[in-house]
Design a protein around this ligand. Structure first.
Ligand code: F6R
Length: 603
């Protein structure tokens, strides 16, 4: 949600900032802007629309300067417009600010500024920061920024430039991510690693209530009391290519295709001598009376899958809660509850709040996160890392799949600790999980069939996803994937629930995607399939379909044989490809769906 970038060094800042913004565009894309420090003034260029619009605007402008900040916006306060875009300047045009987050007390701060004769130009909550910074300016941008921070309520990652402090760039944060990258050619601030990976893999993770003072040659850190602090320089292991499309038309397709490799990497991390293996081995899983999984969106759906897996393998109660609900419901968790947080970014505001709530209530928290150094990774009692690499497409694919395999590994560890599975059952499960990357690779060879089928589905106004038990869990993900990138209305239902209301929506040529990996429940789900077909629906059947013959109303995609509990790792591949190709056929901007952004750092 909003991406910020800043650079100070020996190169021209504009191209570096524009390149960084391109990598951050997944965080917001309704407007963008940059500010460049030019000896006696700050040039600010802003533009409504995608980054390409700002790029066109900059053509022929030749902004000169080696210090700058940039922003790509996902509007929260104030419509997408030029005036509401960042960077924001104070009234005297001496300080420029980019902000990711929400300033909750911006109205009262604005009133106080207005009482002093300072009026604001935009409708944003962010401009107040630039105006306050000029108002409180004391000759030193670090102490000024701290003074401002003490007056802000809410969340913020900030980059600041001051005309009166040439040769420095300031960054500070609370509850929103910010990294500082260092390189010989200069130093960077950024919301996320891909923005700077081409220039450096050496970063500092800024913690809450810390300030970074960047010069051309170095970085110093302070706490909000203005005291100097030391921080550890970390090395990012992601390769430069991992943040590029690599010849694919969209990041989403590239990320779908990467799944065999990242699944293998994630599985290896639970077996080889790596951090995940240690974490799993060190987990004391005795004494828990229940497990609560909390997350948002697709990560929540991964939690729903895990509920079936853990309950089935470990015979232990698992509750799954949307993090946005969990945080405000005074949840029933305590020292005997294991709370699992799942998050690709590790920065989702609701999941962070759920984590803090669980910890405050004495629960042990285990996070499953993709981004090392993220808030959730740091604040959870312990953390397993998915080895998905950077995920750029807004719709998650490979991160979801790697979350599933870590959840399977965790379930097996739990089953082992509780003695819920015999050694040979445990070994069989492990062997089955090891086959998943290969099976996923074989499914990805069916791309052409899926592409053709999807092309025939672009006209549907509404598509339903049904399944029972674990198939229902993965139906939720199929439905979310489709609606977010194709804009086709979609719902997921437990197949047995259809007749309790939803079946009234089924009419001639409605499409129903039915998941049938569950042998035990195959006939039951097939009865539901018959019910919708007899009301005119067309059905795409995904799973193991013995004896089923395709016909005009029924198409099916077979999955390789697999233990039912791990079948979501296979069915989800078909669902991802289906959504992708429907959206591609509609010619939509798949990596940046309307109204959405990756890493939802606001409530
Ligand atoms: C859907 C999607 C979102 C995220 C959700 C949580 O494709 O990507 O629903 O799963 O916003 O994000 P993380 O996992 O970063 O906490």
């Amino acid at each position: 949600m909003c991406g910020i970038i800043g650079y100070i060094g020996s190169k021209q800042a504009t191209p570096l900032i524009m390149e960084g913004l391109r990598k951050l565009e997944y965080r917001g894309y309704d407007s963008a802007g940059i500010a460049i420090f030019d000896s006696d003034h700050i040039d600010v260029i802003k533009q409504k629309g995608k980054l390409s619009a700002l790029k066109r605007r900059l053509e022929g402008l030749h902004l000169e300067g080696q210090i700058g900040i940039g922003h790509t916006r996902w509007a929260t306060h104030g419509e997408p417009s030029e005036v509401n875009s960042h960077p924001h300047l104070g009234g005297q045009e001496r300080i420029a600010v980019v902000h990711n987050g929400i300033i909750e007390n911006y109205r009262s701060l604005t009133e106080r500024l207005e009482a002093k004769g300072i009026s604001l130009a935009s409708q944003t909550d962010s401009e107040v920061i630039a105006q306050l910074a000029e108002y409180y300016y004391d000759g030193n941008i670090v102490s000024t920024s701290i003074k401002v921070a003490h007056r802000l309520e809410g969340s913020y990652a900030l980059g600041m430039l001051s005309l009166d402090d040439p040769d420095v760039l300031v960054a500070l944060k609370k509850d929103n991510p910010l990294i500082i990258g260092v390189s010989e050619a200069g130093n960077f601030i950024a919301s996320d690693v891909p923005a700077i990976l081409r220039h450096t893999n050496k970063v500092y993770y800024l913690d809450d209530k810390e300030v970074a003072l960047l010069t051309r040659n170095g970085v110093r850190f302070f706490n909000f009391d203005g005291e100097v602090i030391e921080k550890c320089l970390e090395t990012i292991t992601w390769s430069m290519d991992s943040a590029e499309k690599g010849g694919y038309p969209h990041f989403m397709l590239k990320e779908i295709m990467e799944q065999p490799r990242v699944l293998e990497d994630t599985l290896q991390s639970t077996l080889s001598d790596s951090a995940n293996k240690q974490v799993l081995e060190n987990l004391d899983l005795s004494g828990y009376t229940k497990v609560v999984i909390t997350a948002c969106g697709s990560a929540y759906n991964a939690g729903v899958v895990a509920r079936y897996v853990i309950e089935s393998l470990c015979r232990l109660t698992v509750e799954v809660e949307l993090a946005s609900e969990f945080r405000y419901k005074d949840p029933l968790v305590d020292g005997k509850t294991l709370v699992i947080l799942i998050s690709q970014s590790g920065e989702t505001a609701d999941t962070i709040a759920a984590l803090r709530e669980a910890r405050a209530k004495g629960a042990f928290t285990l996070a499953i996160v993709n981004v090392v150094g993220s808030t959730i990774a740091k604040e959870a009692n312990t953390c397993l890392f998915t080895a998905a690499g950077p995920e750029i497409a807004v719709a998650t694919t490979k991160a979801f799949s790697t979350q599933l395999v870590l959840l399977y590994a965790l379930a097996l560890r739990f089953a082992e600790a509780r003695g819920a599975l015999a050694p040979e059952q445990l070994a069989a499960c492990k062997a089955e999980i090891a086959t998943l990357p290969g099976k996923v690779a074989s499914l990805l060879e069916q791309v052409d069939t899926l592409q053709k089928y999807a092309a025939s589905c672009v006209g549907y106004k509404s598509i339903f996803f049904i399944g029972r038990n674990i198939d229902y869990a993965i139906a939720l993900e199929g439905s979310l994937k489709l609606k977010e990138i194709s804009y086709i209305h979609s719902e997921a239902y437990a197949a047995g629930e259809l007749k309790h209301g939803t079946i009234s929506l089924i009419e001639e040529d409605t499409l129903v995607v039915a998941l049938v990996t569950n042998e035990r429940l195959f006939e039951k789900t097939m009865s539901n399939v018959e019910q919708v077909i007899s009301r005119g629906a067309k059905v795409l059947l995904i799973g193991n379909c013995p004896g089923v013959q395709p016909n005009e109303k029924l198409t099916f995609v077979s999955l390789p044989a697999c233990f039912e509990l791990f079948s979501p790792s296979l069915s989800v591949i078909i669902l991802q490809l289906f959504s992708y190709y429907v959206a591609a056929d509609k010619g939509l901007d798949i990596d940046k769906p309307r109204n959405l952004a990756k890493s939802v750092t606001v409530e």
